[in-house]
Design a protein around this ligand. Sequence first.
Ligand code: AMP
Length: 550
Amino acid sequence: MPGGHSQTLRPFLWCAERLYPDTEIVSRTHEGRTRHTYAEYADRTAQLANALDEHGIERGDRVATFCWNHTRHFETYFGVPSTGAQLHTINPLLPDEHIQYIVDDADDEIVFVDPSLAGKLAGAAEGAEEFADVDFVVMGSTEIDELDATPYEEFIADQSTEYDWPELDGDQPAGLCYTSGTTGKPKGVEYTQSMLWSHTMASQTPQGIPMEDADVVMPVVPMFHVNAWGMPFTATAAGAKHVYPGPSPDPADLAALIEEEGVTISAGVPTVWLGLREHIAEGNDVDLSTLDTVIVGGAAAPQSLIEWYDDRGVEVLHAWGMTELSPIGTVSHLTSDLRDADYETQVDKRAKQGLVVPGLEFEVIDENGEEIPWDGEAFGELRIRGPWVTKEYFARPDASEDEFVDGWLKTGDVVTVDGDGYIQLVDRTKDVIKSGGEWISSVELENAIMAYDGVSEATVVGVPHERWQERPVAFVVPGDGVDREALVDEIQAGLHDDYPKWWVPDAVEFIDEVPKTATGKFSKKDLRERYADQSLVEGSVPEEDAPEQE
Ligand code: AMP
């Protein structure tokens, strides 16, 4: 049916190409920065689509990427799905066996791979039957030693810059991303054309993460993680300039891009913004004057981080999402009622995960199966549904029963909702610490600890305890030159003042780095394992501090 009535990605680029042909797409590479205009980008995207056709890729086939954030990767974002094929972004930080599993599960035909990641991919592919029929294209102009791969520039070189884009249905699968899965096998989440379209439109509302053509958008969040939170699509819908930070950017690289490209909106996990803060605190002079907003998500944004950036004129917008949600679910904008509130009240709200983005519905169900009141106290598991929320896992409808109920996605996140509708994540269902039958929020303690000067990162886990079943233990990464003993005393005393005594961690341990999952989240599993067979014993908590309800 001609006319383009379906909800598909293609019109976003169609519009950007015509309205903003000269707006740039910039990418940091090892050899310097590359610059393309939307007009050039559109041509190259058509060349890629023609090359995929010539390679025999058909509608519904899966094409994978194994790449950092850069322009060629972005070319696959429109080039692959707009032909009717499905773009599978592989997380290169996954262990080899997970990579083998998901390439096989997705039945990928081609993998586009960065030169700097080719060694890692070759290691996973070597002798693995999952890779027997997979072709490789390397994201560059020259061949590489690690893999038998066609250089990307050669792959697209002789192709026409015109492409007869097909009329696609909104249900056509467009993307695929696997959740890292702290236990068990990774689970695939399929994004249809209409899911990505509606996610883009919701992002563009004032309650989302809206952009305009004057914006300069730098997604630091990896493009292999839920389409870099959809930012490449949203930025294109807005006709904004794109800035891609390339392979393994460090804070100095990000600072240079912000200053020299005039970045106005950026997004990444808290670690990225803590890293930039530290870089500046170390005495590096960074001009943040163009930067209006940083979107912080993937893990809780500590209040201290929000305040630090506020002091420098940069608004931290806290967002919550999941792979299953394409990924945006809530954004912590202030409602108009709160705009006159005092700063403390405002920051308190902004540090919450926020208000649900229009188009989604949610409910919060407690342990007794009842919906919780919106009082900021009662908590339960968040369930959510909407046009960009997946309804099952890829190729595993049978394995989906625990995660989906009556059309709702069970998020596994434990939340409160306050009277204004702000959702606050208090824990993952699996991370909640149960001590003497009472519940302790590991996330709240982490945020409190991370607010102390001298703490660069902190995480809190529940470890087995012979009397209280579980007790919290804090793991802290100290800043340089910190007096550790004094810091522990300060944290313990401060927490005693602010929380019930039995919330105060039994131990504060120093570590060099908080172990991270392949998507950059704190991996509590590793830390819990350290205590797995040395259960804390009686006496760790003074008797008078014990939970009263035992
Ligand atoms: P993923 O699917 O890998 O993006 O992980 C989704 C999970 O990350 C959510 O279910 C939350 O547990 C966590 N998460 C995402 N955003 C936030 C946030 N702003 N604050 C706290 N946790 C978050």
